[in-house]
Design a binder for this molecule. Structure first.
Ligand code: FAD
Length: 417
């Protein structure tokens, strides 16, 4: 095995190439039968898996340039969100929103519609203004809303199907600071007031252990400049690790353990530069499924899944995460025609997750949900067509860009060939 994703659930024996120049990358693509790009390997689905070659841009040379009007920047596509946001900070700039963690590459995050939370804030894919892509023929092409417009529309959420992006032009905003507030609240109270919370705060989300009655509510609000805080974890990690190690050998204890853990104090405050406050450390490996649902259906769907878990006393050991994302017009985005509620279901990586996810997936689908492309789902080609009116146009652009299917792998071939 030469490559594995973050959770360890996907492995590939294909060689991993780390080109140092675009010429080296282009030659490798020309010479390969099949090739997939990888970023930080944070996807749970087999998106980077390949029976040919895997390319990583970790060593590719490149510099960021900020536009004169300071509204966009051209960024090496393989840069991690961590590296990018630190570099932007040096210019007094930031990304308008980020997800939970920052090791992902910019290209990988955009390729899967990675998002944070916030009523008016779209996914990272919505920040894209243009891409430099090395195609199946090894040639570099630029695409944006005016040049190669169809390729650009597809590339905004590309799943790596159209070539390897080496540079991305993206929207940036003036640097800002955030105040984080974490507190324990009753689930029924949050359910009642969530829409008001979404209106009131720039970012709001909550974490919900399905066997407990309280949730962990997190809000982020712009604040005055202040020093960066030390890196921290979201939850009391030692206690959580202990709970997981017991639940892994005695799953039937999960409800009792969760209720006990949620009796402890969960409150916390942090302030600092936005890029230091958005991400958390995730040191405990898990597997994840996420569905984006019409905003109005989100809380009902979560309530139904939680009732089912409680009724059957199922050992779902991680909390659900509930976020909101603005709608967009990206062909294959689950936020297309949004706004959406994003519900993430996690399971400890050392415990079974497949059948739990499959049953919950049916509930999310019944509420009009579409899955996050990077996270576990079981969509068929027919499901993709039913959920995405632009799916066939996306396939047409893929066939034109890559007639021999160089950038396909078995998972993507089933959905998009
Ligand atoms: C701990 C953890 C926390 C997460 N938090 C969030 C979150 O808060 N919000 C959210 O929405 N998601 C989240 N995710 C999912 C994650 O953001 C996505 O899986 C994202 O795609 C990971 O980026 P990556 O660089 O690891 O990409 P990879 O997983 O390596 O690749 C993802 C896709 O991008 C393609 N790709 C990568 N580089 C290129 C390139 N240069 N050119 C073309 N295609 C390319 C790959 O081929 C693949 O199809 C999380 C995942 C983990 C493990």
């Amino acid at each position: 095995m030469s490559w594995s994703n973050w959770s360890g659930s996907v492995t590939a024996s294909a060689p991993v190439l780390r080109p140092r120049s675009e010429d080296e990358l282009a030659a490798a693509i020309r010479g390969a039968g099949r090739v997939r790009a990888t970023g930080a390997g944070h996807s749970f689905m087999p998106l980077c898996e390949s029976d040919g070659l895997i390319v990583s841009l970790d060593d590719l040379a490149g510099e960021m340039t900020v536009a004169a009007d300071r509204r966009t920047a051209r960024i090496p596509a393989g840069w991690s969100i961590k590296r990018l946001t630190a570099a932007l900070w040096e210019h007094g700039l930031a990304l308008a929103n980020q997800g939970d963690v920052n090791p992902q590459s910019l290209a990988g995050a955009m390729a899967t519609g990675t998002h944070g939370t916030g009523r008016d804030l779209g996914s990272l894919s919505t920040f894209a203004r243009g891409f430099r892509v090395i195609g199946a023929d090894g040639e570099a092409r630029w695409c944006d809303a005016a040049a190669n417009a169809d390729l650009f529309q597809a590339q905004r959420l590309s799943l790596g199907l159209f070539g390897v992006a080496t540079e991305i032009e993206a929207d940036v905003v003036p640097a800002f600071h955030l105040a984080e507030r974490i507190e324990k609240r009753r689930w029924d109270e949050v359910r009642e007031t969530f829409d008001t919370l979404v209106e009131r705060h720039r970012h709001v989300e909550f974490w919900f252990f399905p066997h407990a009655d309280s949730v962990i509510l997190k809000t982020l609000e712009p604040t005055d400049p202040c020093a960066p805080p030390p890196s921290t974890t979201d939850m009391e990690e030692t206690a959580f690790r202990r709970v997981l190690s017991i639940a892994a050998v005695a799953p039937f204890l999960t409800p009792t353990l969760q209720r006990g853990m949620m009796r402890t104090n969960m409150n916390g405050r942090r302030r600092g530069p936005a890029h230091a406050i958005f991400p958390s450390d995730r040191t405990i490996r898990f597997e994840e499924m996420e569905y984006e649902l019409p905003r109005a259906a989100g809380l009902d769907a979560l309530g139904e899944v939680v009732r089912w878990i409680r009724r059957k006393r199922l050992p779902v050991t991680f909390p659900f995460e509930f976020r909101v994302v603005a709608g967009d017009d990206i062909w294959m985005s689950p936020m297309n025609r949004g706004p959406v509620a994003a519900i993430s279901m996690h399971q400890y990586a050392k415990m079974p997750w497949r059948s739990l996810f499959a049953d919950a997936e049916a509930i999310f689908r019944a509420h009009g949900g579409r899955p996050h492309w990077a996270k576990r789902h079981t969509l068929s080609r027919g499901d993709v067509d039913a959920l995405y009116p632009m799916a066939e146009r996306y396939r047409m652009v893929r066939r034109a860009a890559d007639p021999d299917g160089k950038f396909l792998n078995p998972h993507l071939e089933a959905l998009f060939s």
